[in-house]
Write a protein that binds this ligand. Structure first.
Ligand code: NDP
Ligand code: OXD
Length: 308
């Protein structure tokens, strides 16, 4: 019985060391080395190898090495192969840092000050108090809830939007299409932490951005597919959106001449908001393998019909 790992090989070696110490009986291979194909019961991957179902006929669980599973073709996964996403304290910690950093960057007009510095202008703006800046999070899952908890002490009025109704202390919660417009109307800073599904693709489009208060800020750390990039450029040009912090793009890496690179109102980071750390992620996967073998439910099991 073996676990095959297919993601960054340097981090894979750290997984290997950790697993050798914690689970010496679990054979571990780093792609493209896979050992005996019929022994592969578990695959931990960011991108699955082509034809992996045919290659590994005894595969039982596909673990995403990230929180998202949109990189897999869910429809082609047979029902006996479980799909498990990563719910990991290391990922949550990273996203909390990023959400706070990006919110404060927009709240404190960092895009303006970076542009002013580059053109040798000393140009203070009037500062708003946190109580005057409403922050809303799309996606009230593991990451969205943690981001909201971390933002609470600053004093921003907080709201959140999810698919099903949720109740969070200190957060005005909205759910579903019917409440989206009300939610958006109270987001001076909107943070997208949604999973990418057929329902959420393109959710950050002209119609959505138009429902934000004039001059709102946008943070997208979900997936590039959530944002219609041309619509953001238009909203920035019209002043409907005043600044954006983007960690994810439709094409990663983007072409060198991508308009976001030089845009003074956009802060761009290369999909680093929350990185998978071997020391926490391998522990989570190992705990799930143990649960699976004991016939217990794994943490992060993805319901196929929901798609996230
Ligand atoms: P969860 O599955 O825990 O939470 C997803 C949330 O989104 C839930 O609240 C869910 O609603 C809501 N949601 C899903 N579909 C819809 C919809 N159609 N309308 C409204 N709300 C919806 O995910 P995580 O918090 O763990 O992760 C979220 C995403 O963050 C990942 O899928 C990934 O894309 C992204 N990510 C990005 C990283 C980066 O480095 N940039 C790192 C890690 C993750 P409900 O509560 O009703 O289920
Ligand atoms: C993830 C990511 O989904 O890093 O974990 O984007």
């Amino acid at each position: 019985m073996s676990l095959l790992y297919k993601a960054d090989p340097a981090r894979g070696r750290q997984w290997g060391e950790l697993l050798a110490a914690r689970a010496p009986n679990l054979a571990f291979h780093i792609w493209p080395e896979a050992g005996a194909a019929e022994e592969v019961r578990y695959l931990a991957a960011w991108q699955a190898p082509a034809d992996f179902l045919a290659q590994f006929p005894n595969l039982e669980v596909l673990f995403s090495t990230g929180a998202g599973v949109d990189q897999f073709d869910l429809a082609s996964l047979p029902p006996q192969v479980r799909l498990v996403r990563l719910i990991d304290p290391g990922l949550i910690e990273g996203m909390v840092e990023y959400a706070v950093m990006a919110t404060l960057a927009l709240h404190r007009d960092l895009p303006h000050y970076l542009a002013a510095q580059r053109s040798h202008r000393w140009e203070p703006l009037k500062a708003k108090r946190p109580s005057q800046r409403r922050v809303g999070v799309m996606g009230l899952g593991e990451l969205g809830r943690a981001a909201l908890r971390a933002l609470a002490p600053f004093g921003f009025p907080l709201s959140g939007w999810s698919r099903s109704a949720r109740s969070l202390e200190g957060v005005d919660c909205y759910a579903g299409e019917a409440e989206l417009a009300t939610f958006l109307g109270r987001c001076d800073i909107l943070i997208c932490l949604l999973p990418l599904t057929a329902q959420t693709r393109g959710v950050l489009c002209a119609a959505t951005l138009a429902q934000l208060p004039k001059g709102a800020g946008l943070i997208n750390a979900g997936r590039g597919g959530h944002l219609v990039e041309a619509d953001l450029l238009a909203a920035l040009a019209s002043g409907q959106v005043s600044g954006a912090v983007l960690d994810v793009l439709g094409q990663e890496p983007p072409p060198e001449d991508h308009p976001f690179y030089d845009h003074q109102q956009i802060l761009l980071t290369p999909h680093i908001a929350a990185m998978t750390h071997p020391e926490t992620a391998a522990e989570v996967v190992l705990a799930n393998i143990r649960s699976h073998e004991a016939g217990e439910e794994m943490v992060g099991l993805v319901p196929r019909d929901r798609g996230y």
